[in-house]
Design a protein around this ligand. Sequence first.
Ligand code: KG4
Length: 339
Amino acid sequence: MNILAVESSCDETAVAVVRDGRTVLSDAIASQVEMHTLYGGVVPEIASRKHLEAIAQLADRALEEAGLTRREIDAVACTYAPGLIGAVLVGLNFAKAVSYALDVPLIPVHHIRGHIAANYITHPALEPPFLCLCVSGGNTLIVDVEDYTRLRLLGATRDDAAGECFDKVARVLGIGYPGGGPMDRLAKGGDDQKYPLPRSKVDGAPLDMSFSGLKTAALNLIHNAAQKGEALDLASFAASFAAAVSDELVPRVMLAARQTGRRKIAAAGGVAANSRIRRDLESACRAEGCELYLPELRLCGDNGAMIGCQGYYEYQAGARAGLDLNGFASRPVDAPGWA
Ligand code: KG4
């Protein structure tokens, strides 16, 4: 079954062709990062307009790279939530037009479920059940993936997402947008103990996280050093910050593994590319005898392949949307259905 998959929830327009869930025939992406860098963050209206300009050409490219004609597409999958709503609606409307014109089923895909599915592409033998740490620019969740389409939310951030936190701190340091990648590179060779940064605890909810205190403490540290005219040791600051973010995430996902008895752990989303978090997950899983699955780096960020992969499993479970399908800025990852 050939699925044309569309993703447009933030600042990457992506169209892929995926065969039978796990074989990626093409994965075309147009990044808007250069444009949003001018403003230090994603400007929602610009994101929607850029998707509108790019999406049809990208679909043609995806088909060409897959070596298929439009008539060889059996279904179209698209992100319908969560994301910047104007951006989501562009991809969704395009997917509806494809579904209408080719008379093929329309499959709605939750963006975070797509991120989780990136692991199925990298690890062909991976099957649920497993736990997944989902860390992106807008979401930070611990999810029990009971089955391909039956998920249970175990823990979540109470405030900022981990990626948002990397981006804000990087912006104040003036090292670019999005900031996670540059912060990761800056941390190489730094002393992760040099700058004391807080770790959070949410009373009564040990699997929930909080990043706002860490973000404020990091920003205060930068501003205080500037006011005193002291130069920050940037590598050590970035290393201390990455260690603090990792300490929010890794011990909690391991606690979730002990609580649920799951022995397979995966990670997903842009922040899952972080080298410190990947290293800490590896050593924690080794220490506790768990198997670790990490998506290859290019599949951590937004892409169409992950939507095509999850779309296949949603289709197998009976998901078919009508042409009245709407988009949503937010929607729980474990919500059944899509209306
Ligand atoms: O999953 P993603 O591409 O988009 C969303 O769905 O949000 O995630 C983007 C986020 C940004 O906040 C970016 O700074 C962060 O992922 N990111 C990283 C790294 N690479 C990207 N954060 C930490 N370390 C990285 N190496």
